[in-house]
Design a protein around this ligand. Structure first.
Ligand SMILES: [Fe+2]
Length: 383
């Protein structure tokens, strides 16, 4: 038996933030990062709350990667203020932190149901609709993935007003994260008709609107479309899971602090080639791996010309690299210019072990060996 469930009510489109005037709460805790407060973006959140007479307090101590000490601070604030709901405003870290804060606070002092309204300010993580949160023990350099239905937000508000000032480099990185979520979930071992439909639509939108949003941040139509694409991809991977692009990108982020979406974009062409295995195909093999057909479908969704399935996979790889070049995303680690070869190759063995153990690896359509992972990391330096 399969089950597909969408727990989050999604408000989207023009003036979606007006939903804040209608929420069924009288006392909320807004959790966000310092940038949202300093940039006055917070006014877009507090104005509708004020006009609806909803009391609020703001916890703005969220920092990237959701470190546990900051989450503990948020739990303390929550227990002092006793809100009826949390309004999480920010990128993946703010929303993940909010999920964890609600979860931990209610475990300490369970005084009933507390709502969670997630309002993303980047179009990337899909965290507003997923049942995952990643928290980070910075002292031990360990990231803990939390997975529970109870983490899922009750409502998500997708308003492009909040993403229009995102700079081009972050639009590129987060947009490629969206594309990677959709593509990995589409070929995942756990894919199903519902996740596939969501992934296909997300990919179609990325194909038309990601470059537009990158080239002109004020293109609000493109911004809104990418905001929706991010959410669609989140819904898709929430049920189907991801794959080794993410497993390997997590290590590049943990050790070398390469932005998550950028690491995914750099790895993705190599992972498509690995999963499809088209270069190693011999005439004795009767059929290509199942991922070949899935990737070929995606090439079709992107409108790439297809002579046959293998050519489709190649055109998909070329398309990903075209997007990288158009959006100034380096193709190799060497091109990043911030990591020495000694430091990189000294870490490859450890990264390969951690990538194999990463939870995302289980759903990859082709089972990798450690040697496979090492080869891909090695190729990523300079191919
Ligand atoms: Fe991601």
């Amino acid at each position: 038996m399969n089950t597909f469930e969408m727990r989050t009510v999604i408000h989207f489109g023009d003036n979606a933030l007006d939903r804040l005037k209608q929420i069924p709460y009288k006392r909320v805790l807004v959790i966000t990062d310092p940038f949202v407060v300093q940039s006055k973006m917070i006014d877009l959140i507090t104005a509708p709350l004020q006009s609806a007479g909803i009391a609020y307090d703001i916890f703005h101590d969220v920092v990237p990667d959701a470190p546990v000490d900051k989450i503990a601070g948020g739990v303390k604030k929550f227990l002092e203020y006793q809100p009826e709901a949390i309004v999480a405003v920010g990128g993946g870290s703010a929303i993940d932190s909010s999920k964890a804060i609600r979860e931990f606070a209610l475990k300490i002092n369970n005084y009933g149901k507390v709502g969670l309204i997630a309002i993303p300010t980047t179009s990337g993580t899909g965290s507003e609709v997923t049942s995952f949160a990643v928290v980070n023990d910075t002292a031990a350099q360990v990231k803990y993935p939390l997975v529970a239905d109870s983490l899922t937000a009750d409502e998500a508000i997708l308003d492009a007003e909040l993403v229009k000032s995102v700079p081009p480099a972050i639009t590129a990185d987060t947009g490629m994260d969206v594309f990677t979520h959709a593509l990995e979930s589409y070929v995942s071992t756990e894919h199903n008709e519902f996740s596939s439909a969501l992934a296909e639509k997300s990919i179609e939108i990325c194909g038309v609107f990601l470059l537009r949003a990158y080239l002109d941040g004020n293109d609000m139509h493109a911004r809104q479309k990418m905001h929706v694409a991010s959410c669609l991809a989140g819904l898709s991977f929430n049920t189907a899971g991801l794959g080794i692009t993410h497993s390997m990108a997590h290590q590049l982020g943990a050790i070398f602090h390469i932005p998550h979406g950028r690491a995914n974009a750099m790895l993705l062409p190599h992972i498509v080639e690995f999963n499809a295995n088209i270069n190693k195909h011999s005439k004795s093999q009767k059929e290509y791996l199942p991922a070949v057909k899935r990737y070929s479908n995606i090439a079709h969704v992107l409108g790439l010309s297809n002579y046959n399935k293998v050519m489709s996979v190649r055109s998909l790889v070329n398309w990903i690299q075209f997007m990288q070049k158009e959006m100034n995303i380096p193709l190799t680690i060497q091109e990043l210019g911030t990591i020495t070869p000694d430091a990189y190759f000294a870490a490859v063995d450890k990264m390969a072990d951690a990538a194999l153990a990463d939870t995302c690896t289980a759903n990859n359509p082709r089972v990798p060996t450690k040697e496979d992972i090492v080869k891909i990391y090695t190729k990523l330096w300079s191919f």
